[in-house]
Design a protein around this ligand. Structure first.
Ligand code: PEP
Ligand code: MG
Length: 322
């Protein structure tokens, strides 16, 4: 089986009925890129930049960040790289920032909320990204977007830094797509409104499931509620994909669900454009998709979305795909 998968390493990803999707990888550092290419990744769907900020005693400099982003972009050549701006808070703490302890860190001052209040942290990251953008195909993604205003504000700061760089005579790419993670239910629900303003969506199911089911993703006692196949999740995912397509935008997924063998047939049928997963899952996913009919999976859409439980969903998918 491993040999069969290896043959697919440098192939594009097609379903049995000839529909193309993109299989990308999630990474945390420039050192991860080799593994992505060795496993046939067609892009980076999520570069988690927190690692640049974690496990050290102070903020990374703009220069340090520039080198990291440039390295990833150069190694990927013309393949797309989606870099997520800083997503600290929740499960990711920074000792040196001395942020106040919160009762509900997952519902608290994190990610874009923190960045919009701490422009001295946010702006250097955006500058580093903009400067690196000439070295490959960069897409910038903001995490934990709950409102349109947050997106507009973050994008305005990005454009402001771009203008500043231009006035300093520093070149930046003019083709940087700017998108958001959809990991908060409010955003999934009004995805249609967001789709008019963003260039793309990437669905972060790790958080989207936790917030939709009101079940802490780290708490064992409520882990039975952590249900990727719950029809509520499928309906939100479908809403996001439809919204994107209605505005001619693309929709990806970078939560764990994107690499899950039960979820993949469902997501293919819902029309997901990009699946971003751990590098080691890519070849298996490509092989699985090559045996699936997108049209057939799409024909089950209404039925799946109207089911009552995750269990029904799983049973149905297993029956239809074996
Ligand atoms: C997610 O929430 O699904 C996601 C990809 O981000 P993280 O796991 O880093 O929160
Ligand atoms: Mg998340």
């Amino acid at each position: 089986q491993k040999e069969e998968w290896a043959k697919l390493k440098d192939e594009p990803t097609f379903s049995q009925d000839g529909e193309q999707v993109e299989l990308a990888a999630n990474i945390g550092t420039p050192d991860d890129v080799g593994g992505v290419l060795n496993n046939g990744g067609e892009g980076i769907g999520l570069y988690r930049t927190e690692f640049l900020y974690m496990g050290k005693s102070e903020l990374p400099t703009e220069e340090e960040q520039f080198e990291a982003y440039k390295s990833v972009l150069e190694q990927m050549g013309d393949k797309p790289v989606v870099v997520r701006t800083l997503d600290i808070g929740g499960d990711k703490e920074l000792d040196y920032m001395d942020l106040p302890k919160e009762l509900n860190p997952f519902l608290g001052f994190r990610a874009i909320r923190f960045c919009l209040e701490n422009e001295d942290v946010f702006r250097p990251q955006l500058r580093a990204l903009l400067r690196a953008s000439v070295h490959g195909t960069l897409k910038i993604m903001f995490p934990m977007i709950a409102t349109l205003e947050e997106f507009r504000q973050a994008k305005a700061i990005l454009l402001d830094e771009k203008e500043k760089l231009a006035s300093e005579g520093i070149k930046t790419s003019d083709n940087i797509e700017v998108g958001i993670m959809v990991e908060i239910p409010s955003t999934a629900v009004i995805a249609k409104q967001f789709a008019k303003e963003v260039d793309f969506f990437s669905i972060g199911t790790n958080d989207l499931i936790q917030y939709t089911m009101a079940a802490d993703r780290m708490n064992e006692q409520v882990s039975y509620l952590y249900q990727p196949y719950h029809p509520a999740i499928l309906n939100l995912v479908n809403n996001v994909i439809e919204a994107a397509h209605s505005e001619g935008k693309w929709a990806g997924m970078c939560g764990e669900m994107a690499g899950d063998s039960i979820a993949i047939p469902i997501l293919l049928g819902l029309g997901l454009d990009e699946f971003s997963m751990s590098a080691t899952s890519i070849l298996q996913a490509r092989s699985q998709i090559s045996g699936l009919s997108k049209e057939k999976m799409a024909s089950y859409k209404d039925k799946l979305l109207s089911m009552g439980t995750a269990e029904e969903v799983v049973e149905f998918v297993k029956e239809k795909t074996n």
